[in-house]
Design a binder for this molecule. Structure first.
Ligand SMILES: Cc1cc2nc3c(=O)[nH]c(=O)nc-3n(C[C@H](O)[C@H](O)[C@H](O)COP(=O)(O)OP(=O)(O)OC[C@H]3O[C@@H](n4cnc5c(N)ncnc54)[C@H](O)[C@@H]3O)c2cc1C
Length: 344
């Protein structure tokens, strides 16, 4: 009998698989290769909420665990995918600047917000009121980490095909899928969980996000900038630019309207020429309370979920995967804030 069947191979499926590897448990992942939200994520892991000058629930804990988790993962896949970073927050109004002054002086934000201000660093990036630096953050290259992990585990652990619920049989002490026996099943499907008959009761709301990738040799920048949108250097003079949050959508395809919105916001920040080399979109899986979802199905005790990563998924997934594993194997009590049981 195989220890775990994992459905979905975004950052949720990957971090859970990594916990299994660390604990020497075997698993099989099914992924339909439709490239979920993780593939277009900027990959920033940051516990601060710059809009409200606060820190997310257990922000320090998530950050601390993520830093070591991703560093160790780099060694497993033998590839550089984890970068320490800082965000240059562009101030567009006097009030933002004033809020920063007061927040950067107090615990816990003083761990992240530098009290120093900068007026200009790059002649092609405009800022009327200067900018402040958010420090102690990280960024992972999500595409590279997923591809690297896939390569490392190989075909023995991964099936590239759609998971078919008609072939799933759940019994008290075992799970059968395609004539193979498993101890547990962990659903890590991102927004597609709305089609999952075991968890479609969850209050998941989708939020579509679109991004463009630009090439701009003149910009010559290696730091992240955040104004109305993020500009994230991703190497080879390319930059990830995004994103928006669309709560009402018909499909997950890129739209002309969003592209225009991204370009207009980008043009307010940078003044050098650039070429748009890609435009992508996908749907974040979020919950109204902005907390993630992990834990056991209320009826089937060997069925689990790992979802709701639309908000801060890159930051929270490593520690959540640890909590989920510990709850299954060692009776760890998952905090109510992220426990699927809060929706029972
Ligand atoms: C534009 C954008 C920017 C973002 N930026 C950040 C950021 O900077 N920092 C941050 O923390 N978070 C960010 N996020 C959020 C976060 O990155 C994602 O929400 C998170 O990575 C989603 O991970 P996941 O594994 O839950 O889902 P996904 O990445 O969507 O993966 C789910 C996988 O399951 C597969 N699947 C589903 N159903 C089936 C089935 N029946 N059979 C087989 N396979 C199936 C899907 O095809 C997919 O491959 C961003 C999101 C977006 C859209």
């Amino acid at each position: 009998m195989i220890h775990s069947l994992i459905v979905g191979f975004g950052i949720a499926g990957l971090t859970y698989a990594e916990q299994l590897l660390r604990n020497k448990k075997d698993f099989l992942i099914y992924d339909d290769n439709r490239l979920g939200a993780s593939h277009i994520s900027s990959g920033i892991y940051n516990p601060t909420i710059l809009k409200r000058y606060s820190i997310i629930w257990k922000g320090h804990e998530f950050l601390k665990y993520s830093k070591t988790f991703y560093r160790r993962l780099e060694r497993r896949i033998n590839s550089r995918v984890n970068y320490s970073n800082q965000i240059n927050r562009i101030f567009s109004k006097e009030s933002e600047f004033n809020q920063w002054i007061s927040a950067s002086d107090k615990y816990p934000l003083n761990n992240y917000l530098s009290p120093k201000f900068f007026s200009k660093s790059n002649k092609f990036i405009s800022t009327k009121k200067g900018f402040g630096k958010v420090k102690n953050l990280g960024r992972i290259d999500t595409k590279k980490i997923i591809e690297g992990f896939k390569k490392k585990i190989g075909k023995k652990f991964l099936r590239i095909t759609k998971f078919n619920f008609d072939k799933l049989k759940i019994e008290k002490d075992k799970i059968t899928y395609n004539d193979t026996l498993f101890k547990n099943i962990i659903f890590c499907e991102g927004f597609k969980v709305i089609e999952n008959p075991y968890f479609n009761y969850l209050p998941i709301k989708g939020s579509k996000g679109e991004i463009i990738i630009i090439k701009s040799p003149l910009l010559n920048e290696n730091q992240i900038f955040k104004g109305s949108i993020f500009i994230v250097p991703i190497g080879d003079n390319n930059y990830w630019v995004g994103s928006n949050y669309i709560n009402s959508f018909y499909n997950n395809k890129p739209s002309k309207k969003s592209k225009e919105w991204l370009v207009s916001n980008l043009n307010k920040i940078i003044s050098c020429p650039y070429e748009i080399i890609d435009h992508k979109s996908n749907i974040r899986s979020s919950v109204y309370d902005r907390k993630q979802i992990i834990g056991q199905h209320n009826e089937f005790k060997n069925v689990y979920i790992f979802n709701g990563l639309g908000s801060r998924g890159i930051l929270t997934a490593p520690l959540l995967s640890h909590w989920l594993y510990q709850s299954i194997e060692n009776n760890f009590t998952i905090p109510n804030e992220v426990n699927v049981a809060r929706f029972d």
